[in-house]
Ligand binder design. Structure first.
Ligand SMILES: Nc1nc2c(ncn2[C@@H]2O[C@H](COP(=O)(O)OP(=O)(O)O)[C@@H](O)[C@H]2O)c(=O)[nH]1
Ligand SMILES: [Mg+2]
Length: 239
């Protein structure tokens, strides 16, 4: 890829879990670096955007907040379906919120069976450890069982929240994007007519098409494509 070419990568991330576990607070801390001790009821979904940089690439993370009491709402389902990353949130002071995680996990899988869906688990309210009802080892064990990244968070503490979001995004990037982007870069480097000022957005979810484009060769997919030198050589041999 040309060094002047701008590239934005859009990723969709959703937080699910029981009400009061701290989903809205985690997002608020990550996006705005603030914590509000009052409970602000989330109505439907709210969408937030956060820019991140990985591998000198700019990622635009769309973060969707959901309302716990609307577990089965169609709106929730639409956003779950579109997401690339899902963070399951429980409150370490509420055993019930932890026990409900498998239900949330299965709900997500029932609408989003994408192979490339990354899961994270936030064991939130870690600052309230005196009132802990769920041992951290239990949380880790469950995360391991579903192949999710596990993180203890406190919505009061930016660093803990940053680690959670960054790790899941990095995991998605390394697993599902890095290779596609590198292939695309090689392809672009070989394209002598590349427009250096082009600005491109990769919409995740269409990356299958993107792969197909990068695979296309000059002979439209024919396996053996003689290089120009070889073609000339053949001509000369005939003459
Ligand atoms: N001590 C503490 N309180 C939190 C934390 N996260 C959220 N809260 C509080 O828990 C309540 C519910 O948080 P909220 O973000 O609205 O939960 P949601 O329903 O999952 O979106 C609010 O009063 C928050 O201030 C946390 O990490 N530590
Ligand atoms: Mg909320």
């Amino acid at each position: 890829m040309s060094t002047t070419e701008k590239e934005s990568i859009n990723l969709k991330l959703i937080l699910v879990g029981d009400g009061h576990t701290g989903k809205t607070s985690l997002i608020n801390q990550f996006v705005n670096q603030i914590f509000n001790a009052e409970y602000i009821m989330s109505i439907g979904q709210d969408r937030f955007i956060k820019k991140m940089n990985i591998d000198s690439k700019e990622l635009l993370i769309q973060i969707w907040d959901t309302a716990g009491q609307e577990q089965y709402s169609n709106v929730n389902k639409i956003f779950i379906k579109k997401s690339n990353i899902c963070i399951l949130v429980y409150d370490i002071t509420s055993e019930k919120s932890f026990k409900n995680l498998p239900k949330w996990y299965n709900d997500v899988l029932s609408v989003n069976q994408k192979e490339n869906l990354v899961f994270g688990i936030a064991a939130n309210k870690s600052d309230l450890y005196e009132n802990e009802e769920v041992n951290v080892e239990e949380g880790k064990k469950y995360a391991e069982s579903i192949g999710a990244f596990f993180s203890e968070t406190s919505a009061l503490n930016y660093n803990t929240v940053k680690v959670l979001f960054e790790k899941v995004v990095e995991e998605y990037y390394n697993k599902f994007l890095k290779e596609t982007i590198n292939n695309k870069n090689t392809n672009n480097n070989n394209n002598a007519n590349a427009n250096n000022n082009e600005s491109k957005t990769i919409i995740i979810g269409q990356d299958k098409n993107l792969n197909q484009n990068t695979k296309k060769k000059c002979c439209e997919g024919k396996k053996k494509c003689p290089s120009p030198d070889k073609k000339n050589q053949n001509k000369e041999e005939k003459n």
